[in-house]
Design a protein around this ligand. Structure first.
Ligand code: HGY
Ligand code: MN
Ligand code: MN
Ligand code: MN
Length: 428
């Protein structure tokens, strides 16, 4: 902390949590589902409306706007040392189906409010401060999480991105080109998105905890020290199907039952990992043709496996893939399996961890150092800049559901800590 002269005193940073909630509520209305549910999928009409909403807000707070080829939106508050790398903060506004109004959006709207609070306090940044709207953090449309931050970190190949298709069978570039982003090729688009050396000096993200610890322990701020390692798999099973009446049991190779066995095998392998930090979810499980009197011919499972320990997570992934093979052979069904992503965990940088902790203390707020079990764009930003995250409590730890909720005072606390942290990191 001695490294950072506190260029703005805690008392001068004033944030009205109710005002932030009012803006978040307006943003939440840009949704494919009625309030309180929020559904906002990459490059859909509501996502495009949300992009305009955020750009207007950035302009209101004297930021210059740059959008890259994948649709990442940067709002820049120029600093006195324009040659320095920026202090970058941000998060995402895309929302999985029937989600809540705080996941991601708090780190975009709250970041703009943090800049506004510093401006009101008369702070003058040395390093430029930038707010980033990541183009898409959720895997919903193309099955790939954190597409924008992976590309910024140079962790995404054209081949990998083009292999991810949406429900209309199109890939990222094709849809990006339709909405005014994109490039002549996926390679060009990725090259244009990759951050340049020295472009970013620090990255810090404000986010709801998406877990129950802060609320349960009555603490104000989570100082994130690491982000768990996520992996996503897709397994399909294919049988011959048949008539539910005429096909006797010995003649069946029911793909649905193979899928059911695999979903239970995921739970079994995760529970056998030896640690409560290993989690596994079969989040989507589709069978076809999907008629009561037709023996399932096809099953498709999307499986999410995570752990704060990468190798332990990898052992569970291998066991699940081995089970898929064993089940298919025993049940005489054909199968495919694909690892969508299998990312290592990331550690926060000590400079940011201590800046966040010192900022919270300056505000008289209680803190807890903790691991993020959810992934975030920060997981990939950690590969290109010192990274840190700030958590605020959320009700019962609920997230990815319409009743996701954080109190206005907790929101004000998080935004104020972000503001002071950015002031410390920016110098000035
Ligand atoms: O799934 C996650 O961890 C993130 O909220 N998308
Ligand atoms: Mn999410
Ligand atoms: Mn999120
Ligand atoms: Mn019939």
């Amino acid at each position: 902390v001695a490294l950072f002269a506190v260029a703005v005193r805690a008392q001068t940073v004033q944030v009205d949590g109710n005002k932030v909630v009012e803006v978040l509520t307006r943003l939440a209305n840009l949704s494919d589902h009625e309030n309180p549910a929020v559904t906002r999928i990459l490059f859909t009409p509501n996502d495009m409306l949300a992009r305009n909403f955020v750009k207007d807000l950035m302009r209101e707070h004297h930021m210059t706007i740059r959008e890259d080829a994948m649709g990442n939106i940067f709002g820049r508050w120029e600093g006195s040392d324009a040659s320095a790398g920026s202090v970058l903060t941000g998060s995402h506004c895309d929302a999985i189906p029937l989600a809540g109004m705080y996941d991601g959006t708090l780190g975009v709207i709250g970041a703009i409010e943090a800049v506004a609070a510093l401006q009101r306090a008369g702070f003058k940044p040395s390093r430029p401060i930038e707010v980033l709207f990541f183009t898409s953090e959720e895997p919903t449309r193309f099955g790939l999480s954190c597409s924008g931050s992976r590309a910024m970190a140079g962790a995404l190949t054209a081949e990998a991105l083009e292999s991810k298709l949406d429900s209309q069978g199109r890939h990222f570039l094709q849809v990006a080109n339709e909405v005014g982003y994109g490039a002549a090729s996926t390679s060009d688009m990725l090259a244009a998105t990759r951050l340049k050396e020295g472009q970013v000096d620090y990255f810090v993200e404000l986010h709801i905890e998406q877990g129950p610890l802060l609320e349960r322990e009555g603490l104000d701020i989570g100082v994130v020290t690491a982000i768990a390692a996520p992996a996503a798999l897709e397994v399909t099973f294919h049988g011959d199907g048949g008539h539910a009446g005429g096909q006797l049991m010995p003649d069946r190779n029911d793909a649905g039952l193979a899928g059911a066995e695999l979903a239970l095998a995921v739970e079994r392998h995760v529970l056998a990992s030896g640690s409560v930090d290993t989690v596994g979810t079969t989040g989507t499980f589709e069978i076809a043709p999907g008629a009561i009197n037709s023996v399932p011919r096809d099953a498709r499972l999307a499986i999410d496996i995570r752990d704060i320990d990468g190798p332990r997570r990898d052992r569970v992934v291998a066991a699940v893939l081995a089970s898929a093979k064993e089940i298919a052979e025993r049940r005489k069904v054909r199968y495919t399996s694909r690892v969508i992503n299998q990312d290592p965990p990331a550690s926060s940088h000590e400079d940011i961890v201590s800046a966040v902790a010192a900022s919270a203390e300056a505000l008289g707020l209680s803190t807890k150092r903790m691991v993020s079990r959810a992934y975030h764009d920060s997981l990939f930003m950690a590969r290109v800049a010192p990274m840190g995250m700030i958590f605020i409590p959320c009700k019962n730890g609920w997230s990815h559901r319409p009743d996701e909720f954080s109190k206005p005072q907790d929101i004000a606390n998080g935004v104020s800590v972000l503001a002071l942290t950015m002031a410390r990191l920016s110098g000035g």
